[in-house]
Design a protein around this ligand. Sequence first.
Ligand code: ATP
Length: 471
Amino acid sequence: MTAKQKNLMDVISALAKRRGFVRPTSEIYGGIGSSYDYGPLGIEMKRKLADLWWKQMVRKHENIVGIDSAIIYNPRTWVASGHVEGFVDPLVDCRQCKARFKADDLVEHAKRAKGVDDPPLTPDGSTLDPDHPSYGQLSCPTCGTRGSLTKPRSFNLMFKTHVGPVAEDAAAVYLRPETAQGIYQDYPQVVNTSRLKLPFGIAQIGKAFRNEITPGNFIFRTREFEQMEMQYFIRPGEDEKWLEFWKEERMAFWRDVVSIREENLRFHKHGSDELAHYAKEAWDIEYNFPFGWAEFEGIHNRTNYDLTRHIEYSGKEKDLQYFDDQTRERFIPYIVETSAGLNRGLLAILLDAYAEDDLGGETRVVLRLDPKIAPITAAVFPLTKKDGLPEIAREITEDLKRNFNVFYDEAGNIGRRYRRQDEAGTPFCFTVDYQTKEDGTVTIRDRDTLEQPDRPKIEELPRILFDRLSL
Ligand code: ATP
């Protein structure tokens, strides 16, 4: 990571903290690693991203509906889903300095290890082989001590807790590590109540929890995060077609709806060593983060894996099969999932929007956010605090507030007020001046071009905003 790149992450997290987007949680007690709170601007933006996703995925499709399921499910869910067994990361500890590594992160280290001709890897080179004769010769990447690394130990990423008042007697349960399983379990009821026919989708936005070993990079990887997931139920054999369809749809969302720059987006196809236990084929949508390209949404062909397992573990074969009333057949549908991280998506959008403009010697910090996602849609300023201008500006604000998040500001000179909105990513500023009193028009200043085109009439302002905000 170059200094400049590293710097952008620091710059964004400092701006986020300063302006009330995102800040570390529980700061009065020194925080708790990688947990964050969303402030007034952050929550507006997060809700907007979630709403845009919901509009695009649920409202625009007649055959996609939403649910909101519980976070704690019957723990059998996670045995059936394979997460109790398969959702593990092998970890390696250094006995000397106590540093902890994901075994997978040590593969490259092992390949380059000095004095080790035959690296201690499995024959396909994808993971560490602790039984290999040269394993004991590896040194710790942190403190350099040779032979100090433990063998990889499995560590389940699910948070375990107990229901009931006494921990020992109570049943162990897990906080869900993905929202998908809630959808799979509810799908027969949703089909009945909404009279869905294949292909159809069920969507959900909600919290998921993973006891990540290496959280970090600000809100990129946290232990508590939100997912926006849609499970698309299809006929067996149609999975490749729909995987392709949803890949393109989802990429279009990030590119065209929230306007992340195309050059910073790409697909990555999972190799066989990267595939999750449930997936037949998986594609990531990656963003060019300051620390490198990394996933923020996955599109997965989960086949009939999950439903088959739930049938096996619940015994509810008939319920979990789909009945086609035309062909009179019963079968287990296939599923293509789109699984996006709300927080990671937000981070990508913030990074992508950040700019520093040189305005003839003065640097202007601006977030070039798409108006659909900007926390504040418009700011309204009276040019001065007297002569009735604040009253008019307040009236405009009140009217616009019925549909938009609008901010009224009369403090400081107009240039300062503009800068404050630039940093928050506010796309439009309306200023009430003396001409307003004469002809009922205001100035409209464009955040990106800094231009003030024609003066619109006050009555036109809602329409101007609606036009820029609709999908
Ligand atoms: P990674 O490889 O980065 O751990 P993953 O492949 O395990 O991610 P998925 O299980 O496909 O991720 O989850 C779908 C999406 O959920 C990810 O693309 C990401 O946006 C989000 N996500 C997953 N884990 C986290 C996390 N710890 N913090 C924030 N977002 C996450």
